[in-house]
Design a protein around this ligand. Sequence first.
Ligand code: NVA
Length: 221
Amino acid sequence: EPIADSAKVISRMVDLVMIRTFEQTKIDAFAENSRVPVINGLTNEFHPCQILADIFTFIEHRGSIAGKTVAWVGDGNNMANTWLQASEILGFKVHVSTPRGYEIDQSVAGIRSSSSYQVFKDPMQACAKADLVTTDVWTSMGFEAENEERRKAFANWRVNDAMMQVAQPDALFMHCLPAHRGEEVDADVIDGPQSVVWDEAENRMHVQKALMEYLLLGKQA
Ligand code: NVA
């Protein structure tokens, strides 16, 4: 059935729709034909619900994220794109370090300018003085066929203690999970004192509830 037709039918029966899929174009097509709000639950290009949780977690621990620096180490993927979008809205900087061939594409990320982010070849430099160091799996859902190739390309993009040492002394570590210790992050970082990954995971639920309330009821005092 065409996505447009499914959207017309489903959206007559529910108050909200959340879709986790691959191509962003599928969600866009659904949303264009939906009578109710459509939440992006993850696409190849974006992961806004996770970034809401991450920013909420940062705020809980450190206060406003405006003016802060987030280091993104790893794949120029859906998470990275959405960090850049958020940085434009909320006024923080993103230091991005990806292996060659896995860079962020600004046009895919859908951001207006490159002023809120800076690209570093060396992940250590990206982490220097960062307030938050964050990473993600080397192989996202849907890209499993590239797994072996990616393991080689990403070998130097494992977040380790040396990267945390050059970040701010009170820097936080986040990971949207599931994590692979010994691949994108060392165990002593994700299980160490600067890691807030369990708060981050719990906050997926709280911000999801807040988003649903906002979409159903509007802004509450
Ligand atoms: N970039 C990852 C995020 C998983 C929550 C993926 O798309 O698989």
